[in-house]
Write a protein that binds this ligand. Structure first.
Ligand code: PEP
Ligand code: MG
Length: 539
């Protein structure tokens, strides 16, 4: 039995077998597959994805470095589409019943060796291209394995690091928890774990030797226990049962109002990052969605989601919430949330860089497509829209102008569009300081304490080393919240919190005294907060 300490993301327990997910060094295992047809389809899908990536890389290289440099990506695409490579992969899957990763690795290796043995220098050089290409295919296939880890049943996923885009693609039904070596507890990967209610630890040494070992994530004590003995296993199984009983006790709060003892009604909403998360929000009886992080629809994809795709996603959430409020935050891409097809330049300081509303107001067509999708979905329920990373009145006015234009276009084309409340995220000190002016422009404020803490304290939320001093309870942050509530109310706005601090039960009482109108929290935090609201007074 071994024990490691890390940083806990959720105070829950997970017990299970570890699956090691590697992206740096491809560990390709030979697995037997019974359904070769399904495996061939996996390979086909990966091949399609690789071809799309290669096409994008070709275009990017052509623009930035010219046709000659871009040509290499065309060569890759030719190999991928050519008969020889494709035939050996298919034949290995079909005749040897092996998994696609293994078939690609062997076919890639054989072909690369064949080229290496050629006399012609040009062809010899192609062997490196083939290795590169088969690595690309394998990592796409292994990316799938983050979504659905191989083997039967659910696993604890172990990775050196996980990006938000990898996390958002995971199949939650097969995920007991995850551990990473790197990553900060304020990152979007951590936030996603909380939204999915999945126990996670960061700062745990991770390597391939963890594969297949039994582990316990003790989220309360921020510890990972490897190869637990019988007694320890029994202890944690009992703890898990206790937690379940505790959660069951909260179930009696379902259907009850979010009202304080002295009669103030609070909007108690849930944060979601995907259409699927709506089920958790409903299961926990959230009165609405206070933050739909729409950018997660853009992550883990090889191209922009279309208007139709987005419309379907928003409409599904809105319909499932059946008249309850759904606040969709417009695209907040950038910083740790990256999608290759945006082709964002490398930045030294991306958290303060080209991101969120700055991209939307610069690349208006992307923004307009999203606004069209949101407005169309608004006809199906009670939709709000909010803009992230606002620092000026001009930005807000421009957003409203564009929304009006898009609404006009839709109405001309006779699309039904609903009434929509417009709000902004208050997550920069600038927005707090001009919140009196901003309140004149919008219907509501939603305080993003994750970024507000980062910018107020000048502490990079991605930097795990600074986790101990990233203090959302800092008086500067609490004063900012109070100022925002006061200015918002004076200007006729309702004011909520959708950052992680909103779920901090140690502060619920204080937020209520400040006059907060809404708290939007991870779905699993809804009932514990309801309990406190119902036991509190606002005066
Ligand atoms: C925030 O900054 O508090 C927020 C809710 O947005 P995100 O965490 O997605 O940056
Ligand atoms: Mg933010």
């Amino acid at each position: 039995m071994e024990k490691f300490e890390g940083t806990s993301i959720l105070k829950e327990i997970a017990i299970g077998k570890i699956h090691y997910y590697s992206k740096e060094k491809q560990v390709v295992q030979r697995n037997r597959v019974d359904d070769t047809e399904a495996e061939l389809r996996r390979y086909e899908a990966a091949k399609e994805k690789a071809l799309r990536q290669l096409h994008e890389l070709y275009e990017k290289a052509r623009k930035e470095a010219g046709e000659d440099s871009a040509a290499v990506f065309d060569v890759y695409a030719m190999i991928l589409e050519g008969d020889q490579f494709d035939a050996s992969i298919r034949s290995a899957i079909e005749s040897q019943n092996v998994n696609a990763e293994y078939a690609v690795a062997v076919a890639g290796d054989d072909l690369a060796k064949m080229f290496e043995a050629m006399d012609d220098e040009y062809f010899r050089a192609r062997s490196a291209d083939i290795r590169d290409l088969s690595e690309r295919l394998i990592s796409i296939l292994q990316g799938d394995s983050v979504k659905s880890a191989p083997g039967v049943g659910a696993v604890i996923l172990a990775a050196k690091d996980l990006t938000p885009s990898e996390t958002v693609q995971m199949d939650k039904s097969r995920l007991l928890g995850f551990i990473t070596e790197f990553g900060s507890s304020n990152s979007h990967t951590a936030i996603l774990a909380r939204t999915m209610n999945v126990p996670a630890l960061m700062g745990i040494p991770v390597d391939e030797h963890l594969e297949g070992r039994i582990a316990i994530i003790d989220g309360v004590n921020a510890a990972l226990i490897l190869d637990p003995d019988e007694e320890t296993l029994e202890y944690y199984q009992e703890k898990k049962r206790e937690n379940k009983r505790r959660r069951e006790l909260l179930q009696e709060l379902k259907g009850k109002e979010d009202v304080t003892l002295d009669g103030k009604h609070i909007r108690l909403y849930a944060n979601i990052g995907s259409v699927e998360d709506t089920a958790e929000a409903l299961a926990n009886d959230a009165a609405g969605i206070g933050l739909f992080r729409s950018e997660f629809l853009y992550l883990g994809k090889s191209d922009y989601p279309t208007e139709e795709e987005q419309f379907q996603a928003y409409r599904t959430v809105v319909q499932n919430m059946a008249g309850r409020k759904v606040i969709i935050r417009t695209l907040d891409i950038g910083a740790d949330k990256q999608a290759d097809y945006f082709h964002l330049d490398h930045e030294d300081n991306p958290a303060m860089g080209y991101r969120a509303i700055r991209i939307c107001l610069d690349r208006e067509e992307i923004f307009r497509i999203q606004l069209r999708a949101i407005l169309r979905a608004s006809a199906y329920g009670n939709v709000g829209i909010m803009y992230p990373m606002i620092i000026s009145v001009d930005e807000v006015r421009r957003c409203k102008e564009i929304l009006n234009e898009v609404r006009g276009e839709l109405e001309n084309r006779e699309f039904p569009v609903g009434e929509i409340e417009q709000g902004i995220m208050i997550e920069t000190p600038a927005a707090v300081m001009i919140s009196d002016l901003l309140a004149e422009e919008v219907d509501f404020f939603s305080i993003g304490t994750n970024d507000l803490t980062q910018y107020t304290l000048a502490i990079d939320r991605q930097n795990a080393k600074l986790d101990p001093i990233y203090d959302s309870h800092h008086p500067a942050v609490l004063r900012m919240i109070r100022m925002t509530v006061e200015n918002g109310h004076k200007g006729g706005c309702w004011v909520g919190i959708c950052g992680e601090l909103g779920a901090d039960t140690a502060l619920t009482g204080e937020f209520l005294w400040m006059g907060i109108d809404e708290l939007s929290v991870t779905p699993a935090s809804v009932l514990p907060i309801r309990k406190i609201i119902r036991e509190s007074t606002v005066k």
